[in-house]
Design a binder for this molecule. Sequence first.
Ligand code: FAD
Length: 239
Amino acid sequence: MTAEIILKSTIDVTYVDHMGNDERCVEAMLVSTKGLDAEEASHDKVRGRLSYLIKNRHGTPFECGALTVRVHAPIKVWREWHRHRVGFSYNEESGRYKQLDPVFWLPPRERPMMRPEGFRSAYPDFDVPTEDEYDKISSYLEAGYRATYGWYVDLLAVGADRGLARDVLGVGIFSACYVTMNPRSVMHFLELRTKCPEAKRPSRPLWEIDNAARQLEAIFARLWPITHSLWNEHGRAAP
Ligand SMILES: Cc1cc2nc3c(=O)[nH]c(=O)nc-3n(C[C@H](O)[C@H](O)[C@H](O)COP(=O)(O)OP(=O)(O)OC[C@H]3O[C@@H](n4cnc5c(N)ncnc54)[C@H](O)[C@@H]3O)c2cc1C
């Protein structure tokens, strides 16, 4: 059958909850001495302590905190995000308990997606498509999504297990996860999954995961502003 599908060109990273802040990381650091008294809690003192920790790669105080976000992203993003094992917890919507929503990734026009002359996989830089190129790529993606989702619905209609019927779908279909991380693991993730040529160890992530990571970074910067700015100053290298 021909299935109705929804094409979506945004990835959503939404704040759910958090525990801790910059001061809590310093408090954890000072466990053996005086703790976080009024003097230690001043902005300059906190900044100085955190700077020392980041510079000298004393990472564990940054594990004293938690951030939960809800992420709605294509499966191809999850394949990469789920590789981050340490300091991460995931809970993903099930493809066995429910029929998967017909929501599929359509890259926005401005996403660089054309392999340039002399392309090398180790330096995956792409060109922005012309109108014609974009129309061609999006029509292939849409046709593929529509056909496969139609077969998925057909398989469900003949009574196939949902956990099997989904095998015909590709990695462009969206899935949602609750992701819980600590500040140290957030920094490690952002170091690897944002494209920042000025970073100490520049990474070359997939455009879509960079887009998601940038949204996560904005939330992190709001909740741990001093840690975030120091991490940036120290070349975006996780402690
Ligand atoms: C640009 C880019 C391209 C990539 N390409 C590929 C690819 O082609 N194929 C592929 O399979 N993956 C690829 N990856 C995934 C990559 O290899 C990592 O799996 C992913 O980035 C998670 O990093 P991590 O292991 O450091 O994170 P985490 O799993 O969160 O681990 C954090 C840190 O804990 C330590 N650690 C965790 N587990 C162990 C362990 N078992 N033993 C010792 N120390 C451990 C390490 O210090 C590690 O850095 C790519 C990643 C990026 C950013």
